[in-house]
Write a protein that binds this ligand. Structure first.
Ligand SMILES: Nc1ncnc2c1ncn2[C@@H]1O[C@H](COP(=O)(O)OP(=O)(O)O)[C@@H](O)[C@H]1O
Ligand SMILES: [Mg+2]
Length: 262
């Protein structure tokens, strides 16, 4: 039996001005997939994730979520087609595709629980008490219930990132995107964040994770993508890509990350 993809990306291109960054990404994400994305710095990993929750608009290509194409195709005067992305539709998509950033992106003037509640209140219009209860539940789940009233400045990097994960989870996203969630952390704080991500993986959540933690990717992911030159240069199981890479560039990348142990 085949399950239809939760996310389908077809011919995704993204340029900034005249600089092409993504040059045709094709990717199907099935429900429950845990996909690790590797690639050199500047290869377009963040841009890819940002296009998937439409913080950046693709220059070309389509993104389908649960079988429905996002945006509306329309004809230009010259007969060519372009895709319009109405903001109301993108607001919906961003609730369904949650994102966790390298730099946490918490609001510094809001407590942990207020950060988690913010989207529920402003985007969902959820009543305060209900939002508070939902936010508390998510903080509990990442082990931070007792820090609910702390401001980010009083939290460690690992705690901040767990609040950011709770904030993403509060919106009940169908798909979670993690952009190097442990890269800004002191080494001793990496484990607590990876522990939360591992627990989410075990729940069967669908996730895309950009990471340089190769050992974690090996154990966590069911598929691994290596991005180079704006395309998926190599893809496969963790064994195929991380232990037996076929492409010279994948081999070179992994050799430069030789500190990992499986
Ligand atoms: N908003 C932007 N405007 C212009 N160039 C950008 C922007 N975002 C990313 N880039 C460029 O796109 C390329 C890929 O960046 P990025 O997706 O952040 O790579 P990675 O996450 O793999 O390190 C880089 O050359 C970067 O400078
Ligand atoms: Mg990046």
């Amino acid at each position: 039996m085949t399950t239809s993809p939760l996310l389908r990306v077809t011919g995704l291109h993204k340029s900034f001005g005249r600089d092409p960054v993504l040059k045709g990404i094709d990717l199907d994400v099935a429900p429950g997939d845990r996909i690790a994305i590797l690639g050199a710095s500047g290869s377009g990993k963040s841009t890819l994730l940002r296009c998937l929750n439409f913080m950046e608009l693709p220059t070309a290509g389509r993104v389908e979520l649960a079988g429905r194409a996002i945006g509306t195709e329309r004809k230009r005067r010259d007969g060519s087609t372009e895709i319009a992305y109405p903001e109301a539709e993108l607001t919906q998509v961003r609730q369904r595709v949650g994102m966790v950033f390298q730099q946490f992106n918490l609001f510094p003037h809001m407590t942990a629980i207020a950060n988690v509640m913010e989207g529920l209140r402003t985007v969902r219009g959820m009543p305060r008490e209900e939002a508070q209860a939902r936010a508390m539940e998510q903080l509990r789940r990442v082990g931070l219930a007792e820090k609910a009233d702390h401001y980010p400045s009083r939290l460690s990097g690992g705690q901040k990132q767990r609040v950011a994960i709770a904030r993403a989870l509060a919106m009940e996203p169908e798909l979670l995107l993690f952009d190097e969630p442990t890269s800004a952390l002191d080494p001793e704080l990496v484990g607590e964040v990876l522990g939360v991500i591992r627990a989410l993986a075990q729940e069967g959540r669908t996730m895309l994770l950009v990471t340089h933690e190769i050992g974690f990717a090996y154990h966590y992911a069911n598929r691994v993508l290596f991005i180079a030159d704006g395309v998926i240069h190599e893809a496969g199981t963790p064994d195929e890509v991380l232990k037996h890479p076929k492409q010279a560039r994948t081999q070179a990348f992994l050799a430069s990350h030789n500190e990992f142990t499986f």
